[in-house]
Design a protein around this ligand. Sequence first.
Ligand code: NAD
Length: 310
Amino acid sequence: MKITIIGLGSVGSAVATAVANTGLAHEIVLFDRDGVRARAAAEDLGHAAAFSYDIKITAVNNYRAIRGSEIVIIAAGANQKPGETRTDLLNANAAVISDIVPRVMANVDAKTVKLIIVTNPLDVMVMLAQKLSKLPASRVIGTGTMLDSARLRTILSRQLSVSTQSINAYVLGEHGDSSMVVWSSACVGGIDLNSFCRQTKISLPQTTRNTIEHRVHNAAYEIIRGRGATWDGIAGAVADLVRCIVNDEHRIVTVSIIDGIANKAIAMSMPRVVGNSGVIATLNPKMDATESAALRRSAKIIRKNYDSIK
Ligand code: NAD
C-alpha cells in the first residue's frame, strides 16, 4: 500500500517511523512545504528501514507524486506552545488544511482514499477537511481521542495493576479540554470497573477518578512543558489506525468523524468500528446523566469553534 504523510515536523516524522514499522506500506511518500526537511526525513527513515522492511520512502516536492496513495495522513500545521490550548491554533491550522486538502484531492482516487487527520484542533479540522474534500464522512477520520483513551488506559493500568490490553475504557467528545471519560461503561477483562474494584479490593473513589480525568486532560500540557511537543503517543495512535484500515480489522477505536445531519453535524470522538472502507459503525456506550451532559457540552464547544473559523 502507498501511504502519504503531509507535514514532517515532530509529529509527522514520528508518524512516518511508526507507520514504516507496521510493515504494511510498500511505499511511503513524504511532503512538507519545507522540502529540505522532508528530504532529510526521507533519508533518515530510509536508513532505519534498512534494518526492518523493504519500503520505498521518498520525499516529494509536488502533489502529483502522491498519486496512487490509498491513505493520506495530514500532520501539518502549527503545534501548541507551552500554555497554548489546541483551540488557539484554530485559524492558523484552518488555513493549512484549506491549502492541503484540495491539492490532495486533485491527485488521489476519491472513490477509495482515506484521509487521516492529526492536525489540531482535531475535530474542527476533520469537519473542514470533509467539507473541502467532499469525501464520505466515513473516510475523513481524525485520530480523535484514541490518544486520550490510551492515556486513560495507561493510568488505569498502573492503578489497577492489569495490562492496558485488558482495559476497555474510553475518552469521548472533543480531542481537547472538554473531552470526557465514560466511567459508566469502563470494563476490565469484560467485568465492569466497579465490580472489578470490589473483587480485587482496589479502591477507586470519585476523588481518584477526578484526579485521573484531570491527568488525562493535562497529559499533553505536561509533555509539552517537558519536551516542547508531543509525538510518540500520537504516532502510536496513527500506526494503530493504519493497521485497523489496512488489515480491515473492524476494531473499535475512538476516532472522530462527522456525524449527525446537515448543519447539526459535528465531528467528535465516539467508539467506532474501523476497517478497510473507513468507519463502518458508530457505537453509543452506556452513560449516566452527568456523562451525557458532558458529551453534549463537548459537542457544542466543537460546533462553536467550527463556526468561529475566520
Ligand atoms: P511542527 O511545527 O513540528 O511541524 C509542523 C510541520 O508542518 C512543519 O514541518 C511545517 O513545515 C509543516 N507545514 C505547515 N504548513 C504546511 C502546509 N501548508 N503544507 C505542508 N506542510 C506544512 O508541529 P508538530 O509538533 O509536528 O505538530 C503538527 C500538528 O499535529 C499540530 O497541529 C499539533 O497540534 C498536532 N498534534 C495532534 C495530536 C493529536 O492527538 N491529534 C497530537 C500531537 C500534535
